[in-house]
Design a protein around this ligand. Sequence first.
Ligand code: AGP
Length: 607
Amino acid sequence: MCGIIGYIGNRRATPLLMQGLRRLEYRGYDSAGIAVLDGNSLFCERTAGRIDALKEKIGERRPEGTVGIAHTRWATHGIVSEHNAHPHRACNDSLVIVHNGIIENYRELRAELQATHTFTSDTDSEVLAHLIESCHQGNLRHSVACALSKVRGTYGLVVMHADNPDLLVCARMGSPLVIGMGEHEYFVASDATPLLPYTKDVTYLDDGEIAELRRDGVRIYDLREKTVHKDIQRIEWNDEQAQKQGYDHFMLKEIFEQPVVFRDAVRGRKIPEDGTAYLGGLNMTESQMRNVSRVVFVACGTAYHAGMIGKYVFERLAHIPCEVEVASEFRYRDCVLDDRTLVFAISQSGETADTLAAVREARRKGAIVRGIVNVVGSTIARETDGGTYIHAGPELAVASTKAFTNMVAVILLYALQFGRLKHVSLADGQQFLQAHFEIPSKMEQILNMNDEIAAVARRYARYRDFLFLGRGINYPVALEGSLKLKEISYIHSEAYPAGEMKHGVNALLGPDFPVLAIMTKNQLYEKMRSNIEEVRARGSKVILIATEGDTDARQLGDDVLTVPSTIEALEPLLNTIPLQLFAYHAATMLDRDVDRPRNLAKSVTVE
Ligand code: AGP
């Protein structure tokens, strides 16, 4: 997810664009750039690093132009560097673009273009600049439309050309763009945050729409080049709310982003016709993959729980023995590794000290080491010999939510890719992918239950202790739900495999010890059900996560939160969401600092 802003009007564009980038920095902050047209002369500056680094690089220069575009990057393809920063220019450097999204077919497009075009970056976005140039015959909007007709993927795109100093062209497919309406001045941005000091009157582009912004007005067209009329909406948010897109906390915003970022995690990585997945960053041939004798997931915290889910699905789909290791233990144990052991280091930040140390230890011992990371160009991403970015966008809340489900999404695709080389049939692989495809809409169904989940959470927010129960693939989900609750509400909680209750934990049960249990319809349903009956018999209140349509659950739970059904391997992608929202609403009920909980940091870069 990146931050884009464009301006055309009568003010000096540079200070306005720079201020706008600062308001968009929460969307991405690994590199930044600006391009301003002063008459026909184009001023362009880019840098790795944050907005301050760009400001420093511009220095005392004061471009006078009143039309321009700017971008703050969250890298998805291509390392963090100046040459990968936006704006990107075509060969004729009068044409510049800024882009937010993922161009799925950029490799093919680049292969076609590089015979006649010189590329200067490793990004997918730069392809758009050269593609538009290859279509350009004078009318910029037509050139953009022509180029986008060849593109597969997502874009929020703004284009500027020195030959058209009174025009910005922008287009949207899958990545948001909002247009701000001023007095003879117009704005376009990834969201309303940077527009608020100038206008609260906005309109939102829809997928497939292209807009021309001129000083005398805005014209919007659909893919068939027909003019589209859009209603003007008034934004009532203040600045801080705007950064959170109207949500009270980044955590809630990130919980609600899961359906969208899930699609980003899997985009271009599924091969339905072969019932498999293809994660190119694995950097392994099929014979090398078949030669893997053991998989080790190593991580911390929430990422560790994703690794536990990885163990279940890898063993089931790929029949490869798996272990899951807490990085801070792994790094000091004398782990037995060899060149047939595949170690996956899982990390949202890519900077967690213990996980990084585990990567170095695994490499030292000759294992195959790959990363499953969110932050492009992070240390773990750079020190592993390949891997996969989870494309969750910046996760700013300390409590990890969307990164967790995206880690699981990627791990599931890896398990399928390995499984299809061994025991998974074409039909089973295609069934798996179909179930995977349905996940975002099922996530949205659960998110629509937010108010119901909030009501349940508020009823339990005063308890001092909690127990989360799950079995099989839902045991790691119970652990994740328990971690969410304790880290943001400060309520003590623990999670247990339900079959373990009789071995000690039963002693804790009683009216002051509520239990949240995951009892979805799967192979362990009946086992789980009898565990819950034992819990109820000992006086604990029970909150159930149950499969929609399970009427028996209503008899068993004091409160029941239902989730859509899916295949067992994919259940964590759905069952985790009510637990995230439960923790969130319990914490807000207790007036906790949800995004910045006490004693914690977003990235633990020290031991
Ligand atoms: C989870 O909500 C916490 N923020 C924490 O456990 C986190 O998952 C852990 O520190 C690992 O961070 P990483 O994914 O950036 O490596």
